[in-house]
Design a protein around this ligand. Sequence first.
Ligand code: PFF
Length: 453
Amino acid sequence: MEKRGSFGSKLGIVLATAGSAVGLGNVWRFSTEVGANGGAAFILIYIACVVFLGVPLIVAEFVIGRHTHKNTADAYKELAPHSPWVLQGYLGVLTAWIILCYYSVVSGWTLKYLVSSIANQVTTVEDSAAYFIHFTSNPWMPVLYMVLVMLLSHLIIIRGVQGGIEKFSKVMMPLLLLIIAVMVVCSFSMPGTEEGLRFLLLPDFSKINPNVFLSAMGQAFFSLSVGMGCLCTYASYFTDDSKLMKTAGSVALIDTMVAIMSGFIIFPAVFSVANVAPDAGPGLVFITLPNVFQMAFADVPIVGWLFAVFFYLLLLLAALTSMISIHEPVTAFLLERFGFTRRNATRIVTAACIVVGVLCSMSFGPLSDVHIIKDMSFFESFDFLSAKILMPIGGIIVALFAGWKLDRKMVYDEITNHGTLHSWTFPIFMFLIKWVAPLAIGLIFFNELGFFK
Ligand code: PFF
């Protein structure tokens, strides 16, 4: 068995974990959800979900991972041997794999849009919707880009925890944050900024209904990467002197800031071009934005070109740092449970994801009529199953496990590093993880499934 890896520094830990959280979810999924659910009111509920549910869950996964220093499945097995809790470990691995299969498809689109914007195609096309549909419905081109990004993430994972994940995140995350900051400043200088800001900052509570709560919670879990064993696996590589609460707080803060800043990039731009609707759906960043870049900078096309190149570069970097974190829990499981080498474990995961990823990719073309869950395609079924079913269920189980099953003294020792750190956060954490998180997640989830109707 190969020697177990670990992160080399506290900064590496924060950047790698924030790299997992900050991804397509912050830009592509967040902007879609904000647009569809009415703007500022959704953002308020989203922030409440991050603070009261997301952060405690992150800490809970950190405790489980760092205490055991094992992959998710083995961590639950060690902490609760021969009990049904063990299933959560496998569920985590399964959820990560499902997400990777469709996440890589959208990551592939991002790579394609980066390449096309460099070639000055994205901001010069006549009809950006037709361009997007032409590309995604082609049976092979999106598959090719999906395979390319899978191989990129493969090459990082194969280098291990410190030499691959940490090294890559340490370079990419600062670059990503810099690009976002520059783009926010540029976006503020556009005409129509006020309307975009009003949409993002002034809540309209008439838009709120129970479904908005489930969407906000699902989005918060997806964005923070909680409930599917990814953070637990990363935490198993944390050093014993890392501070779990502080790391969780920093990751949640960075992730939320990036999501809101990307809203500040997208919506002022969207509103500056009057005929574009903010609730354009998943096509927003691939159909609407190219339009926006084109029209908003009609007088100075080179600025539109630059904006597009930076935007898709940003999206690709964000996607890659997340993809590696979804790849790792499955790889670590194969590596540690079955004794594969890292190289072979990575190969198996990459190959398995490519095979199913092809089906997800083809959901937009040749397989668009194949429905898996209700009338949803492969792609939509995978997104629905992971973000709206498996992650909330995973969230409830993690909360119950940390709040009710784990030894309270062990949790205290992990959170305070054996009493050497401040402990005032501990009772708050215990209250949130024991009561608030399971009840709130359960209520929102079962309400959505129609249990209270
Ligand atoms: N948090 C990532 C994003 O916002 O794009 C997505 C993600 C990463 C989901 C890792 C799940 C995961 F395990």
